[in-house]
Design a protein around this ligand. Structure first.
Ligand SMILES: [Fe+2]
Ligand SMILES: [Fe+2]
Length: 293
């Protein structure tokens, strides 16, 4: 593993911010067990993060001094640490994405496209729900809660699914993904708590958060899949063998990391849902010890 870990908890939150500084120089082109399919499945996810996490940070920042929560000291500490963790994730994923350029993978192009998709979708969605008294701030924050549920669920799959772990063969890349996965679960409730504190648990906020999840998942699936196909095509590796690998390890009923997310994803639709309903404390303790973080 090529990283210097620097852990700090200046905010005094329930979880720290870790500065990682990964060195991606030695990462091979197809770092996931020599498979272009699996590698680019992860590359396509990585391309979503810089602009996706910017949305998460901006949406929480936009409301953090709302009268309902501005004096809530405990929540303010969590928000600070949440912003710190997401900023570190963006920093490292952007670093990896840029490093892939040495193999001719122009991930920056996909980062820019992600930004356009996000900006287009959030403005369109806000226009649609404006007649129901919902604001852009509410839309952005609920998009964040939906996407945070997605990242936390994907993260717990990465930490639990032995099949996908066997494919994460490069030590630097697997460490980066596991570190990110641990932190997604550490801060999974922050945006959700902010949303509920400000907008409550009424019918309107319930309807909005569910609609946001459905739309966000459809958008992620289409965007990430199109990135995977184009990355493989650019490498001349768009073939049945690589697509078969992706199917087996992402979408097959027995091993798939995405299909493995189904139950936890659906839990979001329960009226009394809270991100901490799924207890990952023991799982995180095990992984933090293993990673030395
Ligand atoms: Fe993140
Ligand atoms: Fe997150």
């Amino acid at each position: 593993m090529n990283a210097k870990v620097n852990i700090s908890n200046r905010a005094g939150a329930s979880f720290p911010v870790r500065r990682m500084n990964f060195d991606f120089d030695q990462v091979p082109e197809y770092w996931a067990k020599d498979s272009a399919g699996i590698t680019h499945f992860m590359t396509a996810l990585s391309a979503l993060f810089p602009d996706g996490e910017k949305l998460f940070i901006d949406s929480v920042r936009a409301v953090r001094y709302h009268p309902v929560i501005k004096d809530n000291e405990a929540l303010q500490k969590e928000i600070s640490a949440f912003i710190g963790q997401e900023a570190m994730h963006t920093h490292e994923h952007a670093g990896f994405n840029a490093s892939a350029q040495k193999y001719g993978h122009d991930v920056a192009k996909y980062e820019r496209e992600t930004g356009k998709v996000i900006q287009g979708a959030r403005k369109w969605f806000a226009r649609v729900v404006r007649p129901f008294g919902m604001t852009q701030e509410m839309v952005d924050l609920t998009a964040t809660t939906a996407l945070e549920h997605f990242t936390a669920t994907l993260a717990s799959q990465l930490l639990l699914n032995k099949h996908i772990q066997e494919l994460m063969t490069d030590p630097t890349m697997s460490y980066m993904w596991y570190w990110h996965a641990v932190e997604e679960n550490e801060h999974k409730a922050v945006a959700y708590d902010v949303y509920e504190e400000i907008f409550g648990r009424g019918v309107k906020s319930y309807a909005l958060r569910n609609t946001a999840l459905v739309l966000a998942m459809a958008l992620i699936f289409v965007t990430q899949s199109s990135f995977v196909i184009r990355l493989l095509k650019e490498d001349g590796k768009l073939n049945l063998k690589e697509l078969g690998m992706i199917y087996k390890y992402a979408y097959s009923p027995s091993k798939g990391v995405i299909t493995g997310m189904t139950r936890e994803m659906l839990a979001y639709f329960k009226p009394g849902f809270h991100p901490n309903d799924l207890d990952t404390v023991a799982l995180l303790e095990k992984w933090k010890a293993k990673l030395g973080i």
